[in-house]
Write a protein that binds this ligand. Structure first.
Ligand code: ATP
Length: 234
């Protein structure tokens, strides 16, 4: 069966520095996968390559079998792959609602409208006329997720959405995920919190120094295996 999204031998460079060395990941329709790994492992670079922020060799990224590696970010978004970027990158001078509406750019139609997002994350409705910068970090993260959903993606890429947030806030954010899954979207989460990753993902990939060092279903992975894949063999 053709995968929804696949990387095959994906490489990435920053000038002469090689950040990814032949990364293979596969995402099926509606599946949630987690990418874990220490700082600098290459997780963000992988997200940037898939979302078209970094260009790759065409055949190293496939969407339903179509080579998309060389496409620019707007063309990737048009194919249904949306990103919640690390650091949220909201438009500071725009209100919550205006930030959400920016995400509706494009012609894809689906379940996610402004009303759908407000239903999923009611605090955003309450704060819809507030400038994005006046929100708490957790609320800003919700806006970033809502903005990506407004594109009605088939794949939602979430880069370190827990970073810098209190555990109770992280819990509130992840509480929205079952409904995002139920909408049919596949989800890729990049997480430094291994426990969180194992809780939500159907499939986990661990990266170290630009390579996938371990992958499997959470129940197949032992703590020792994960430790070795994350930090290297002792
Ligand atoms: P983090 O959790 O810190 O975000 P990460 O797993 O997402 O880590 P990346 O940000 O993808 O890792 O970085 C992978 C490697 O590429 C690191 O060695 C990093 O220093 C390097 N790197 C990332 N961005 C750039 C850049 N713009 N220019 C040069 N090197 C970069």
């Amino acid at each position: 069966m053709t995968a929804l999204l696949e990387t095959r031998g994906l490489t990435a460079f920053y000038g002469d520095f090689q950040a990814l060395f032949g990364v293979d990941i596969t995402i099926a329709e509606g599946e949630t996968i987690a990418i874990i790994g220490a700082n600098g492992a290459g997780k963000t670079t992988l997200m940037r390559a898939i979302s078209g922020v970094l260009r790759s060799d065409p055949e190293t990224i496939l969407c339903r079998g179509e080579a998309i590696g060389a496409l620019a970010a707007p063309d990737i978004l048009a194919r249904g792959i949306a990103m919640v970027p690390e650091g949220r990158r909201l438009f500071p001078s725009l209100t919550v609602e205006e930030n959400l509406l920016v995400g509706a750019y494009g012609k894809r139609r689906g379940a996610w409208t402004l009303g759908g997002i407000y239903d999923l994350l009611p605090i955003l409705k309450e704060r819809r006329n507030t400038p994005a910068t006046a929100l708490s970090g957790g609320q800003q993260q919700m806006v970033a997720i809502g903005r990506a959903l407004m594109a009605n993606p088939d794949v939602l890429l979430c880069d370190e959405i827990s970073l810098g947030l209190a555990p109770v806030v992280v819990r509130d954010i992840y509480a929205a995920f079952p409904r995002i899954r139920a909408s049919g979207a596949a989800i890729v989460i990049v997480e430094q919190d291994i426990g969180q990753a194992l809780k939500v993902a159907d499939q986990v990939y661990c990266m170290m120094e630009g390579r996938v060092t371990l992958s499997g279903r959470p129940e197949e992975l032992s703590r020792d295996d994960i430790h070795a894949a994350y930090f290297g063999a002792p």
